[in-house]
Design a protein around this ligand. Structure first.
Ligand code: GRF
Length: 219
């Protein structure tokens, strides 16, 4: 049997991206397993989603660690104990320190609701509407020590209509996110997408633009 990609998924809230990953695994379109779900927020609904599917979940609350460094160390140790090829940030609302990044260098992914490098940080929908943008989007990137920085792996955009509210954009974004994360992870599982110290490759070519769903759509 082909080895499955081992994912440790970090969440802070609803976990709809986690759900899309679980669904893709259960339907057989994503060759992976979620070794554990870790949340810094004990109230995160994503913990219930993990439970519903028999996936181990852990709570590591930042409130229990007055020093940021100690929180990051606890996370690193837990992820190592779970075993993971890829650390998947899916709505994880804490900034990770450089020791964390180093511990899993080249193996941490994040999904962000904007067309990075535009709109790093929070409230991206509101900022796009306020600026009168005609489009917005979703990015998946490798995590580096800078917030919402790091090489872009996948990007999709959608139009902003004059009548669109923040909730409308959230909905459009989520619909894309739920296709993007499973598809990108499957391309890693299949080793179409390869992240190495000397560069990021897609089908043996250096990745010179973010992938789109067309490049990696699930079967
Ligand atoms: C997503 O919109 C993602 O882009 C951002 O946080 C949100 C998480 O949503 N990083 P969910 O918890 O997966 O539903």
């Amino acid at each position: 049997m082909k080895a499955r990609l081992r994912l440790c998924v970090l969440i802070s809230g609803n976990g709809s991206n986690l759900q899309s990953i679980i669904n893709a695994i259960e339907s057989g379109s994503l060759s992976a397993e979620v070794t554990a779900v870790i949340s810094n927020n004990p109230e995160a609904y994503g913990l219930q989603r993990a439970k519903n599917h028999g996936i181990p979940s852990r709570i590591i609350s930042h409130l229990d660690y007055p020093q940021r460094k100690d929180f990051d160390t606890a996370l690193v140790n837990q992820i190592k104990a779970e075993g993971a090829d890829v650390v998947v940030l899916a709505g994880f609302m804490r900034i990770l320190d450089s020791d964390f990044i180093q511990a899993f260098a080249g193996r941490i992914l994040n999904i962000h609701p904007s067309l990075l490098p535009k709109y790093k940080g929070l409230n991206t929908f509101q900022r796009a509407i306020e600026n009168g943008d005609s489009e917005h989007g979703v990015s998946i990137h490798l995590v580096t020590a800078e917030l919402d920085d790091g090489p872009l792996l996948m990007q999709e955009s959608y139009p902003i209509l004059p009548t669109d509210t923040i909730e409308d954009l959230q909905q459009k974004g989520h619909a894309l996110e739920h296709q993007m994360y499973p598809a990108l992870l499957q391309s890693l599982a299949e080793k179409q997408l390869v992240i190495r110290d000397d560069g990021i490759y897609f089908k043996h070519q250096i990745l010179d633009r973010p992938l789109t769903l067309n490049d990696v759509s699930l079967d």
